[in-house]
Design a protein around this ligand. Structure first.
Ligand SMILES: [Zn+2]
Ligand SMILES: [Zn+2]
Length: 329
């Protein structure tokens, strides 16, 4: 059995795809990250990076003679995180099974947004025309997603899970217009936190740092340079309040969380490779183990079935953190 937790980046750009000579090093596809935990495949967001991933999954599963089953998690439903889904080949395969979760005001929100993206006026094929078996649901922050021998299901926070289970915790951040889900994926003692589309606070996002505590890999939004964010970059207005971070904000969270490694993500679409490389250098001065995500980047973590559970610091996580702090005031 494969005992590595593998993370692969298929799309690392924010806002819109950016093909062209200036972006070949880091890539131009929008957000999509694949996580493989043994036989299980989890996909974070469906930007255009999911299109080549879909073709790869079809090839891989046909070689292995296995039907496709995967878990797709949306951080939120902005266009750059959903725009690849209509072109995701596995969704058209009749015996493929897709569990699709994300945020929303009602349990149907994710389904309604995907249906709207593929309405007759906007796309030739509807969600119904995609022949796969789809379980689409908006989930709440308090729900813990578990994928184990019994399949994909929900559990209560703190409940015990089997040794081979993939356990996913959700943190709802308000530091992005409309809110965003940050996910912590835990398997065999290793954990990855995916925190895209989130803006740092003055004095740092402490709730996020607590949620990401001791994660082996923290994937964090780092769309802007400091000058850009402050409106001091010629031709670019200030982006404060847009819901994205600077490389320094990402580094602060990684340092406070004592993450193993920081991956800068959601690069600004106007940034050429040189500018993204400069973001990486800025981050490395504050948190040495920082890397700018690029298309094709793979990170492999040696799994330890008996290792630390990777459960977020319960004392500070979510509601209890707020209550704790409000009570003290
Ligand atoms: Zn985005
Ligand atoms: Zn967004």
């Amino acid at each position: 059995m494969n005992e590595e937790l593998k993370i692969k980046f298929w799309g690392v750009r924010g806002s819109y795809p950016t093909p062209g000579a200036g972006t070949v090093k880091y890539g131009g596809n929008t957000a999509c990250v694949e996580i493989r935990a043994g036989r299980r495949t989890i996909i974070l967001d469906a930007g255009t990076g999911i299109i080549p991933l879909g073709r790869e999954l079809v090839k891989r599963t046909s070689q292995e003679k296995q039907p496709i089953e995967l878990l797709l998690l949306f951080s939120h439903l902005h266009h750059d995180h959903t725009q690849g889904f209509p072109f995701f080949v596995p969704a058209y395969i009749p015996n493929a099974k897709l569990h699709i979760f994300g945020p929303g005001g009602t349990p149907e929100t994710v389904k309604h947004v995907l249906e709207h993206n593929q309405s007759a006026e906007t796309f030739p094929l509807s969600l119904r025309d995609m022949a796969s078996v789809k379980d689409i649901e908006s989930v709440r922050e308090s729900q813990v997603i578990v994928w184990d021998e019994d399949g994909v299901h929900f559990a209560e926070s703190g409940s015990r899970s089997s040794e081979d289970a993939v356990v996913i915790h959700i943190h709802k951040s308000y530091a992005h217009p409309g809110g965003v889900y940050i996910y912590r994926i835990i398997w065999h003692g290793k954990s990855v936190v995916y925190a895209t589309d989130t803006e740092g606070y003055v004095g740092m996002d402490r709730r996020l740092a607590a949620f990401a505590r001791n994660a082996d890999v923290l994937i964090h939004d780092a769309q802007y340079s400091e000058e850009h964010y402050r409106g001091q970059l010629a031709g670019f207005p200030s982006t404060q309040g847009y819901g994205h971070s600077t490389a320094a904000m990402a580094s602060e969270v990684a340092a406070s969380a004592e993450a193993g490694e920081l991956v800068l993500f959601h690069h600004d679409p106007a940034y050429t490779d040189d500018l993204v490389a400069a973001q990486e250098s800025t981050a490395q001065k504050l948190f040495p183990d920082s890397h700018a995500a690029y298309e094709g980047l793979e990170i492999k973590l040696n799994a330890d079935p008996k290792g630390f559970s990777g459960q977020p610091d319960a004392k500070f996580a979510g509601e209890s953190w707020l209550k704790h702090n409000l009570d003290r005031k």
